[in-house]
Design a protein around this ligand. Structure first.
Ligand SMILES: Cc1cc2nc3c(=O)[nH]c(=O)nc-3n(C[C@H](O)[C@H](O)[C@H](O)COP(=O)(O)O)c2cc1C
Length: 187
């Protein structure tokens, strides 16, 4: 089994990366292959809604006309058996790098019969500041993302710096549930 972690914080020493580390450790202890993609490291432009009625080639060709890192990343992510999405909470939502990437991914893959992550598992983690305000909304956006990607949400975890230690077990449990998608395993 291979799991991709997609995170979206520019802050190397921040809470988002600490949460990624918890998931990585759990996967590696179980000898699961894991790859970590930090969206902030890529050049991904915002969707132009380029067609006349709001759809471009994304609707029928399931890729984007824009020449940046998006199409390659989309192809790369599709090679995994499950995905963990970890985003900071910015203004009650996923961070901009996550929104920009996932906006385009939803367009390309919500009507793609051959989308390889269809029916695969997703773990959602939102990393907030002290108040934790907006965590619920962010997790809900991730759930909507999973709906349009036709993926199954195994768990949603809201984390703040104050509850990080307490939420570790939730993240470990979610990661283990993700690994239970054995029927999705590819040789
Ligand atoms: C632009 C911006 C907007 C933020 N908005 C919220 C918010 O709506 N709710 C919240 O609880 N924290 C908010 N925060 C705090 C971050 O969610 C928090 O610092 C989180 O730990 C950031 O992730 P990081 O540690 O990986 O940088 C915001 C931070 C930034 C930079």
């Amino acid at each position: 089994m291979r799991v991709v972690i997609v995170s979206s914080s520019p802050n190397e020493g921040g809470l988002t990366n600490s949460c990624v580390q918890v998931c990585r450790d759990t996967l590696e202890k179980s000898n699961v292959q894991v790859e970590w993609i930090v969206l902030n490291h890529y050049h991904i432009q915002k969707c132009e809604a380029c067609g006349k009625r709001g759809w471009g080639m994304c609707l029928e060709e399931h890729k984007c006309k824009m020449d940046d890192d998006f199409n390659n990343l989309k192809e790369k992510i599709a090679e995994f058996d499950a995905m963990i999405v970890v985003s900071p909470v910015y203004f009650y939502e996923m961070s901009e790098s996550a929104k920009t990437f996932f906006d385009r991914l939803k367009r390309c893959e919500s009507f793609d019969e051959n989308w390889k992550l269809k029916g695969k598992n997703m773990l959602c983690i939102a990393c907030a500041g002290g108040s934790g305000d907006g965590t619920e909304n962010t997790l809900n956006s991730m759930k909507i993302l999973a709906k349009f990607l036709h993926m199954e949400v195994v768990k949603q975890v809201g984390v703040t710096k104050l509850n990080f230690e307490a939420m570790k077990s939730e993240m470990v449990e979610g990661t283990k549930k993700l690994m239970l998608g054995e029927n999705h395993e590819r040789s």
